[in-house]
Every structure is written in structure tokens, then in C-alpha cells.
Design a protein around this ligand. Structure first.
Ligand SMILES: Nc1nc2c(c(=O)[nH]1)N[C@H]1C(S)=C(S)[C@@H](COP(=O)(O)O)O[C@H]1N2
Ligand SMILES: [Mo]
Length: 303
């Protein structure tokens, strides 16, 4: 039977949204307990299970994707121009099998599951998003990570002809991000190819984007074209832009304010006129799963 966190969708499957919602309700409750053990990251997901996802409209109409402009509605308006077929990801650096991996080949090799995650932007808004995707660790295993590797660097496509925002030097393009290898290998870290059982829309980072739910949203880099295994901490776009305000780790931390605003609470998108501010949770609610990654490290000093 379909377990809650391992309910496999077919390669680039398109599921009717209503049916999808219905199925999720049907397999709630007791089935959850069975699914959890299989991936060994239970508690936060059990908590996430009680979360109410944002609407498809909220998730796909209110975005940050600066390559298409800095307005929240710019990505939905302009990202349609991004060509996502064909697509491939160059995986290189400290791997056994470097190369250009075609998206179709990646998707055939991966098991797609649903993950309902909290998503917290550094700007202090948040959503709950039902992603479809696979663990980044499974993709890295395809390429064979060498023992010398300590970090993973990511790069977004740079297409001046398709991305009206890159004519402005808001960031140094292409958008780049990075994770420590143990963060990248953690079972909560996924590459998302869908939302609500449909192919991920361009404005959300089609065809494949990173999702790291315990970090501020800007770590979750969109439309990835290159993944490089390295032994040096890679440069990251927002850290390059302002190192004092945006660190390499950027773990969600309600106890460490941004220099220009509080991070203690967040506005849950979609609440309308009476939008409620909710308290921000340490490591965005995934403390039980990921706190051990930072044992002995001050999350205030190393942000
Ligand atoms: N390439 C790229 N990736 C990006 C961004 C961007 O501007 N360019 N914005 C980041 C920020 S700040 C956030 S909050 C999330 C937003 O993801 P969403 O639009 O799917 O909610 O994407 C992140 N990934
Ligand atoms: Mo963000």
C-alpha cells in the first residue's frame, strides 16, 4: 500500500489536484506511523503531517526568483519564458562519475515521494508546501561522492534571453548556493520536481530545485543546472551580496535577528486581511532531526 512518505508517483506524473488531496486525507492517521520508520526521520514529519498546506495559488503566485524580477508576482508573470526541455544537470568535482545527467535519466532513477514541509523565507514570511521530489542523497549516489568531498555547490541556469531580471546587478549571476556534505546527505534535503502532484511550475524552480526545510528559503536554489562536490566551502549568492546579513549556514533561528528585522515570528502567507503571525521555530521545526548536524557549533556565531 502507499505509505505516507513513500507514496511513489510515476515519472513526472500529473495527478488531479482534488484527487490528490483526497488521497492524502485517506492515507492519514495510522498509515503515517508505518511510513515514518522507513526513512528514519519521523518526528518532524509527524508534526508536519498536522500542517495545513497553503493553496496551490499561494505557492505559485507569491515567489522569490530574482532572475525574473524582484516583485513577488514577477516570477509568475515572467518565468513562463524559461525553457525547461531539454534539461540536464552537470555533476562534477569530487565524484566518481562526473558528467551531464539528462533530466529524464535522473527522474527514471529516482523514487518520487511527497514531503509536506514548512518553508520560511528570511524576509519573515512562510508557507507550508506539499513538494514532490526525491532525496538529494540519492542523486549524489548516482554520481558517486568521493571521500575527499566536504561541500556541495549548486548553480542555477543563467539565460539572459529568458530571464529579464538578470540585466540588473541585484546579485552576481548565476545564482549559486552551497551546503555542507552532511547537510546535503540528510534525508530531509530533497530535490523537488513537483508541487501538489503536478510538475513544479517555472516560477517555483522548474524542472528541479533544492529544498532544505530547516534553512531560510534562499538556500533552496531553483532550476539547478550544476552540482559540484568540493572540499572547500563554496561561495553563495546572498553571502556574496551581504555577508553580515546572510551567512553560509542560514539555519532558521528565532533567537538571532536579521540586522534589520526580527526573526522571532513570521507571517503565514494566505491568511488574508487577518493573517496571523506565528512564532518561528528553531531550525524551522526540524530541530529533532537536524540539531545533531550542528553539535558543538554556536548557531548564533556561525550563522
Ligand atoms: N535561482 C534562484 N533561486 C532562489 C531564489 C532566486 O531568486 N533565484 N530565491 C530564493 C528565495 S529568497 C526563496 S524565499 C525561495 C522561494 O521559493 P518559492 O518561490 O518556491 O516559494 O527560492 C529561493 N531560491
Ligand atoms: Mo527568501
Amino acid at each position: 500500500m502507499a505509505l505516507r512518505w513513500k507514496n511513489t508517483l510515476n515519472d513526472r506524473d500529473v495527478t488531479d489536484e482534488a484527487h490528490f488531496l483526497n488521497r492524502r486525507q485517506l492515507i492519514g492517521g495510522a498509515a503515517v506511523g508505518l511510513g515514518l520508520a522507513s526513512i528514519g526521520a519521523g518526528a518532524g514529519m509527524a508534526a508536519a503531517d498536522s500542517l495545513e498546506p497553503n493553496s496551490y495559488e499561494d505557492i505559485t503566485q507569491y515567489n522569490n526568483y530574482y532572475e525574473f524580477g524582484t516583485g513577488k508576482d514577477d516570477p509568475a508573470r515572467y518565468a513562463g519564458a524559461l525553457t525547461t526541455e531539454p534539461w540536464s544537470i552537470q555533476i562534477d568535482g569530487m565524484v566518481d562519475k562526473p558528467g551531464n545527467y539528462a533530466l529524464e535519466d535522473i527522474m527514471k532513477a529516482m523514487t518520487i515521494e511527497e514531503r509536506i514541509y514548512r518553508f520560511r523565507c528570511v524576509e519573515a514570511w512562510s508557507m507550508v508546501i506539499p513538494w514532490n521530489g526525491f532525496e538529494l542523497a540519492d542523486l549524489l549516489a548516482l554520481a558517486g561522492v568521493q571521500s575527499s568531498a566536504k561541500y556541495v555547490a549548486f548553480e542555477t541556469a543563467l539565460r539572459p534571453d529568458e530571464m529579464p531580471g538578470v540585466q540588473f546587478p541585484v546579485l552576481d549571476w548565476p545564482y549559486v548556493e552551497g551546503l555542507r556534505l552532511d547537510e546535503a546527505m540528510h534525508p530531509l534535503t530533497i530535490m523537488a520536481s513537483g508541487i501538489y502532484g503536478k510538475d513544479i511550475p517555472n516560477q517555483n524552480g522548474a524542472p528541479l530545485r533544492l529544498v532544505v526545510p530547516w534553512k531560510y528559503g534562499f538556500k533552496s536554489i531553483k532550476s539547478v543546472v550544476r552540482i559540484t562536490l568540493t572540499d572547500k566551502q563554496p561561495p553563495t549568492s546572498w553571502n556574496n551580496a551581504n555577508a553580515r546579513e546572510y551567512g553560509f549556514y542560514s539555519n532558521v533561528n528565532p533567537e538571532l535577528d536579521h540586522p534589520r528585522w526580527s526573526q522571532a515570528s513570521e507571517r503565514l502567507v494566505g491568511g488574508g486581511l487577518f493573517a496571523k503571525r506565528i512564532p518561528t521555530l528553531k531550525l524551522n521545526g526540524y530541530e529533532e532531526e537536524v540539531a545533531s548536524l550542528y553539535a558543538g557549533m554556536s548557531l548564533k556565531e556561525t550563522f
